[in-house]
Write a protein that binds this ligand. Structure first.
Ligand SMILES: [Zn+2]
Length: 134
């Protein structure tokens, strides 16, 4: 298989203390448009999803949800931001985190979790992203 736009680059990433608990940080500069990491995990069907109390779920489609609570999935540490530096691209049912703009070494990675999650879960607790808390 040849490398594509959706092959995660070999960027050094680290989990560190962030504004909202823990977060995932870039230790290398990442160019705009680069594929940073894939959100990986077992797939849950609708019933398993409804019964799960797991916080680390990524809803790919109405029928498919990825269970992100596994050690391999560093992407689970990426926090929400209302002004994110990353964006999600879904390709053939797989979830990739892409650089929305050029990212500097030391920046925390963040993507927008979607309005449904924002209104239902984040806003009631108070959004801790850079845009909302500064
Ligand atoms: Zn916010």
């Amino acid at each position: 298989m040849t490398a594509s736009r959706f092959t995660p680059g070999d960027y050094c990433l680290a989990v560190k203390r962030a504004r909202a608990g823990r977060g995932l940080f870039a230790l290398d500069p990442i160019p705009k448009g680069a594929c940073i990491i894939e959100y990986v995990g077992p797939t849950l069907d609708e019933e398993a999803w409804i019964n799960s109390r797991n916080r680390y779920l990524f809803k790919v489609t109405e029928r498919k949800t990825i269970d992100g609570w596994n050690k391999e999935n560093m992407a689970r540490f990426i926090n929400h931001s209302c002004r994110p530096n990353c964006e999600i691209e879904i390709r053939k049912g797989r979830v990739f985190v892409m650089a929305k703009r050029a990212i500097k070494a030391g920046e925390e990675l963040a993507y927008h979790y979607g309005n449904e999650y924002l209104d239902g879960v984040i806003k009631p607790m108070g959004c801790k992203c850079l845009k909302c808390s500064s």
